[in-house]
Design a protein around this ligand. Structure first.
Ligand SMILES: Nc1ncnc2c1ncn2[C@@H]1O[C@H](COP(=O)(O)OP(=O)(O)OP(=O)(O)O)[C@@H](O)[C@H]1O
Ligand SMILES: [Mg+2]
Length: 248
């Protein structure tokens, strides 16, 4: 039975979509069958982050509302076998997808994939609720920015239905120069939020380069610091014990 993991944040632009793509790629490269599900209705961009720009014709609302099958809506990555995308609608047609419809969709997803990463939109609105309502675990992505850390804490309060060990924190865009002064803030965030840290991702320009080239990060720059961070997190999500990345 597969696991569905919601990737969320309070503040926008913290790196949820990049994280979903990077960790999804890493899981697929380690032999897992992975579905990346874009929950950002209207502002979808997970296809770009995966280098699958505009390949999908059908979206998760088509599957959840019975207009097509799951298999016919997902797109498999041509360079990364085992990595699939189910995209979000550009706009809502008719009734929005309900949490029950999403739960039914995820029940089917769990039978066919080892992992499903749900890329939530920023904030605590409908997309957040859809992504988290039926997920098994959640990852809160924050940057080192104090307002992002505070929003992450608010987000955690909304996620109290996830039990022990089901809620994780990722600190993204960590810079070596800031690390010493950051330690207190990160520790503070972990303490206040009561969340175990599942990884830190360094600030890394290769992310933007691979995005511009339309090539998945883990293929374009497999030795880049962010690629290592995503691989380590993918290993931890599978139960592996990997030390935290040293930020150079
Ligand atoms: N570790 C990183 N190093 C450098 N740039 C990064 C890193 N993580 C994300 N970015 C950049 O930050 C921007 C926002 O990232 P991304 O789209 O993944 O965030 P998001 O949380 O999904 O945003 P939104 O809330 O709008 O959905 C992108 O330009 C991305 O390339
Ligand atoms: Mg996003």
């Amino acid at each position: 039975m597969g696991q569905c993991i919601a990737i969320v944040s309070g503040k926008g632009g913290t790196g949820k979509t990049s994280f979903t793509a990077g960790v999804g790629e890493a899981l697929a490269l380690s032999g897992r069958r992975v579905l990346c599900l874009d929950c950002d209705v209207g502002l979808r961009n997970l296809d770009l982050a995966l280098g699958l720009s505009d390949r999908a014709l059908m979206d998760f609302s088509d599957v959840a509302q019975g207009r097509c099958s799951l298999d016919s809506a997902v797109v498999e990555h041509p360079q990364l076998p085992g990595l699939f995308l189910l995209t979000a609608p550009v706009r809502t047609r008719g009734r929005p997808v309900t949490e029950t419809q999403m739960a039914d969709l995820l029940a089917e997803v769990r039978k066919r994939y080892d992992f499903c990463l749900l890329d939530a939109p920023a904030g605590l609105g409908t997309g957040f609720l859809l992504a988290t309502a039926a997920a098994d675990r959640a990852v809160v992505v924050t940057t080192t920015d104090p307002s992002s850390l505070r929003d992450a804490q608010h987000t955690v309060m909304e996620l109290d239905s996830f039990g022990n060990g089901k809620l994780h924190l990722v600190v993204n865009r960590v810079r070596k120069k800031l690390l010493r002064s950051m330690h207190a803030t990160i520790d503070d965030a972990i303490d206040k939020a009561g969340l175990p840290l599942i990884g830190v991702v360094p600030e890394d320009d290769t992310l933007l380069l691979s995005l511009n080239q339309g090539i998945p990060l883990l293929l374009a720059s497999s030795q880049s610091p962010a690629a290592w961070a995503y691989r380590n997190i993918a290993a931890r999500l599978q139960g592996g014990r990997v030390p935290l990345l040293r930020i150079k």
